[in-house]
Design a protein around this ligand. Structure first.
Ligand code: ADP
Ligand code: MG
Length: 632
């Protein structure tokens, strides 16, 4: 058989299939090039889902006249010179194959101008280069890609509808706006502005992509653990979406999908959301470059971590602390920065507040005067005032029921100081009891009776609160169990007959590695032969646990996610245990039980059961009046 050398044309067409297979991947490559060129303003225009035209205009450094032909040639890049540069990649592109690939399967033109030079253009049709010609243009580069795949009918056939392609490009653009909040992006589809950002920070970018309403339902976090930085926005416990498209993760500035991080966040939300409710998040994870491999595949947006367990643990502990509102939460929460109303678009600017755990950011208070920059000490004083609720002032108190721990801090003229550090100091200065002030004083709630032996009715001022006794009790028990586990104060219950689990070598290795965790939470577990384990005591809360099912669950999770922290799977078990022990619906409670339940709820009117169902429903007087048509 004769070996043929592929012609450049054929090779490029094959390579193109790897780098670009859909219009959105062209958009991604071109925008990445613009970012790498140092652009601060990038405009993306598409027509017919990108099939007819994709044009990216930037104000970056441009391409010099003599380099224009090189930009089109495969493996030509200005971003990497030697192999050793590979270990210190700071640009998004570095393979030098994107432009060559796209040029091979489209009609492409580059117009570019570098500083102090004239503009030049160079076109390329199906891989055939034209001539460099003088052109007109501002500094920067305009890349136009027309008729993508016009010469590769097989690929053209596999493109989706214009609407679908446009939607996917929209997804890519949304991630660019979020990933690079310092860059001003404009994205137009068929002449209509779809996204517009102004390079003024992440909060503003979140508003540009998802609307101001989303920001109001978010907690901003910033944490640093073991050299790993985690920051961004998390939807609060009552904010969820119908699918995963509202989840963005950026690892070292790149938009990626990663199972470890995804599972950590999902598990942290698990006890607040129901099935098919998906959390919202825009999260940035910065890790030392040596513990992450981004070069998995040019088009596959995943990364590999050297140690999944550390990443999982870090993400899970931060997100769950913030959602649970435990004493660590304040360490991770950031003030919500003020977003400027964007030109053209009406944007309600939320007041900058210190978000307390479990408290969604309240609307701007119109009366709040534009205070001068508040010192740290002042902010602290104001907080101290806010959390001591004056008795007998229910109306005022009601309005603030969900914002008791809010501190108004003025917008900062300077770029943010290290709020993370500030929060940390703040936390140290407060004692834990203070932070856990009830959000609604139990005394302010008047018990009005029960409904259907299941719902307890309370009134306070102009609001009625209907409490699902089972859901509330479940949450209380769940939190108690969890606290026991977290404080390692669990009691073991010896079993009459030890339980033996016979596994294979992998299962055994997984369990053995997790012996310390299992022991910490009350399992007495040890190796029993080569691949078996023996359990001779279980946590007392889980006395009725079905160990066969339990190991089945735990080990099936091992399959899907090797590095998962066992204690997180156990949370599920906790919820089940809590559920079993909780008072049921349909059970008539004594007066004393009713009182104890409401006291232990500690004023948490946003409470949810560990499966994510609400435990309290608020019914306003006006809503009742509407039912009776007293008001419309
Ligand atoms: P890579 O980005 O991997 O280097 P590309 O094929 O995407 O490869 O681009 C090839 C080269 O063309 C880049 O290295 C860069 O020098 C130049 N280039 C491409 N787009 C731009 C742009 N928008 N502004 C300035 N230079 C660009
Ligand atoms: Mg590139």
């Amino acid at each position: 058989m004769k070996i043929n050398l592929l012609s450049a044309d054929v090779y490029n067409k094959i390579a193109a299939g790897e780098v670009v297979d859909r219009p959105y991947s062209v958009v991604k490559e071109l925008v990445e090039n613009a970012i790498d060129a140092g652009a601060t303003q990038i405009t993306v225009e598409i027509e017919k889902g990108g099939k007819k035209r994709i044009r990216v205009t930037d104000n970056g450094g441009g391409i010099a006249r003599d380099d224009l032909p090189l930009a089109y040639s495969a493996h030509a890049t200005s971003k990497l010179k030697t192999a050793s540069d590979l270990f210190a990649i700071h640009t998004l592109g570095f393979r030098g194959e994107a432009l060559a690939s796209v040029a091979a399967v489209s009609r492409m033109e580059i117009v570019s101008r570098t500083e102090g030079a004239d503009a030049f253009s160079l076109a390329c049709e199906g891989g055939a280069l034209g001539e460099v010609l003088p052109a007109a243009g501002a500094q920067g580069t305009v890349v136009t890609v027309d008729d993508l795949f016009y010469n590769v009918p097989a690929r053209l056939k596999f493109l989706k509808s214009d609407t679908q392609e446009e939607a996917d490009i929209g997804g890519v653009m949304a991630r660019f706006l979020l990933a690079r909040p310092e860059i001003s992006f404009t994205y137009l589809a068929d002449g209509k502005v779809k996204y517009r950002s102004f390079g003024d920070g992440l909060a503003a970018a979140v508003v540009a992509v998802y609307g101001a309403n989303t920001l109001e339902n978010c907690l901003e976090i910033r944490a640093e653990k073991h050299g790993i930085k985690l920051y961004g926005f998390l939807g609060n416990r009552n904010f969820y979406k119908a699918n995963r498209t509202y989840q963005s993760l950026f690892v070292n500035g790149r938009s990626v999908v990663n199972q470890t991080v995804g599972a950590a966040v999902t598990n942290a939300y698990a006890s607040y959301l129901m099935k098919r409710q998906y959390p919202f998040y825009v999260l940035f994870l910065d890790v030392p470059p040596e513990v992450v491999d981004v070069n998995v595949h040019p088009n596959k947006a995943d990364v590999r971590f050297a140690d999944n367990q550390i990443i999982y643990g870090c993400v899970y502990s931060v997100v769950s602390a913030v959602l649970d509102g435990n004493s660590k939460a304040l360490e991770y929460l950031v003030q919500v920065p003020k977003t400027e109303p964007a030109p053209q678009k009406e944007v309600a600017a939320p007041a900058p507040v210190w978000n307390a755990p479990n408290v969604s950011a309240p609307q701007a208070d119109v009366e709040a005067p534009p205070a001068p920059q508040m010192t740290y000490a002042e902010a602290k004083k104001e907080l101290a005032f806010d959390i001591s609720i004056p008795k007998g002032s229910e109306p005022r108190f009601l309005e603030q029921e969900r914002a008791v721990m809010e501190v108004r801090a003025p917008a900062k003229a300077q770029p943010e100081t290290d709020a993370f550090e500030e929060n940390k100091k703040f936390l140290l200065a407060q004692d834990a009891a203070r932070i856990r002030q009830p959000r609604m004083e139990t005394d302010a709630l008047v018990y009005k009776g029960e409904l259907f032996c299941t719902y307890l009715i309370y009134q306070s001022g102009d609001c009625a609160y209907i409490v699902d006794q089972h859901a509330a009790h479940e949450r209380i028990l769940f939190d108690k169990l969890k606290e026991k586990w977290e404080t390692r104060s669990v009691v073991s219950q010896p079993m009459l007959v030890p339980f033996i689990y016979n596994g294979n070598a992998q299962e055994f290795a997984f369990l053995e590695r997790n012996f310390p965790v299992l022991r910490e939470i009350g399992f007495d577990i040890e190796a029993f032969g080569d691949t078996s384990v023996r359990v001779s005591a279980v946590p007392s809360e889980l006395m009725e646990i079905d160990l066969v099912g339990f190991f089945g669950d735990v080990l099936s999770s091992m399959e899907s996610l090797r590095a998962i922290k066992l204690s997180d799977i156990l949370k599920d078990k906790l919820a089940t245990a809590a559920c079993k022990a909780a008072v049921k619906g349909g059970e008539l409670l004594t007066e004393q039980e009713v009182r104890m339940l409401i006291e232990r709820m500690n004023g948490d009117l946003a409470m949810k059961c560990p499966h994510g169902r609400p435990a309290v429903v608020t019914l306003k007087k006006t809503e009742v009046e509407k039912l009776f048509k007293r008001i419309v």
